[in-house]
Structures are given as C-alpha cells and as structure tokens.
Write a protein that binds this ligand. Structure first.
Ligand code: FES
Length: 148
C-alpha cells in the first residue's frame, strides 16, 4: 500500500520548502518539492537532497554542512521521519535576559555556532550563565550531521 505524506520547513519567511513523498513499505517511491523559496544555495541544496532520496529510495543517514541550507534540510528529513525535536522545549531559554528559545535557535540556523556568538547576537547567557548548557545542546543538535 502506498502512503502519501507531506512535510514543510519554514525559516523567517525567507527559506521555505514543502515536499510530498510516497512511501511503500519502507521505500520512498517518490519525493518531490511542491513549493520552495529562498536563496539559490538553499534551492540548489534542496534539489540535490531530493535527487539523492529519489535515487536511493531512502532517507540519507548523514547530511553534511553547517550553513542554514544544510541545517534546514536536516530538519526536513528529521520531520519527515518523525524525529525532529529540539533538545530544549521551554519557550524561553534565557530567563535573565528573557530570550525566547526560538530566537536562539534562529541565531544558530543563521550561523552562530558558539555560545559566544549566540550571546553576541541574542544576549542569551550574558548574565548568570545557567542557560549556556541549553544553548550548547541546541547548537550540537542543529549541527549534528547524523540523521538516522
Ligand atoms: S538564564 Fe541566561 S544568563 Fe541567566
């Protein structure tokens, strides 16, 4: 039996991708982009990922890269297999500076890959510092190239 599913990833109203895929048993029969917008690097990387999935008929186990395109496409695959879950679930990550988790996550996707750079852009972690381990976990999760 063929099962059809859809998955979406959105980032700041800038990079966006919607895909539709068909599963038969564990094999991906076909995956296609139904909507995409963003920079040319994002679109090119997304088309490369789709081509690889269609060729292999399976999800990649690793997706390398630390730019926003690679991070968002890893999120796409993790969402498709039902495994996307940020390692910090509260809405506010830094209580001293009232910095939402979403703001820290956006900074990481945009290229802040150290505690210091996240602090510079968001001010998270610039007072008592107890939120720094949670920021580290978010960075490690977003940069983890292993998918399955
Ligand atoms: S909770 Fe982030 S600096 Fe105190």
């Amino acid at each position: 039996m063929v099962k059809r599913e859809t998955v979406q990833v959105r980032f700041l109203g800038r990079d966006q991708i919607d895909v539709e895929f068909e599963l038969e048993a564990q094999a991906i029969k076909e995956i296609k982009i139904t909507a995409i917008s963003g920079c040319s690097g994002f679109e090119q990387a997304a088309r490369g990922l789709m081509a690889q999935i269609n060729r292999d008929q399976s999800w990649p186990t690793v997706w390398t890269g630390a730019d926003h395109a690679a991070i968002l496409l890893r999120e796409l695959v993790l969402r498709a297999v039902g495994r996307f879950q940020l390692p910090y679930q509260e809405s506010e990550l830094c209580h001293c500076r009232a910095v939402p988790t979403e703001v820290v996550d956006r900074a990481i996707i945009s290229g802040c890959h150290s505690i210091e750079s996240v602090a510079r852009i968001t001010s998270a972690g610039t007072s008592c510092g107890t939120c720094k381990p949670d920021t580290e976990k978010l960075i490690a999760y977003r940069l983890n190239e292993r998918l399955i």
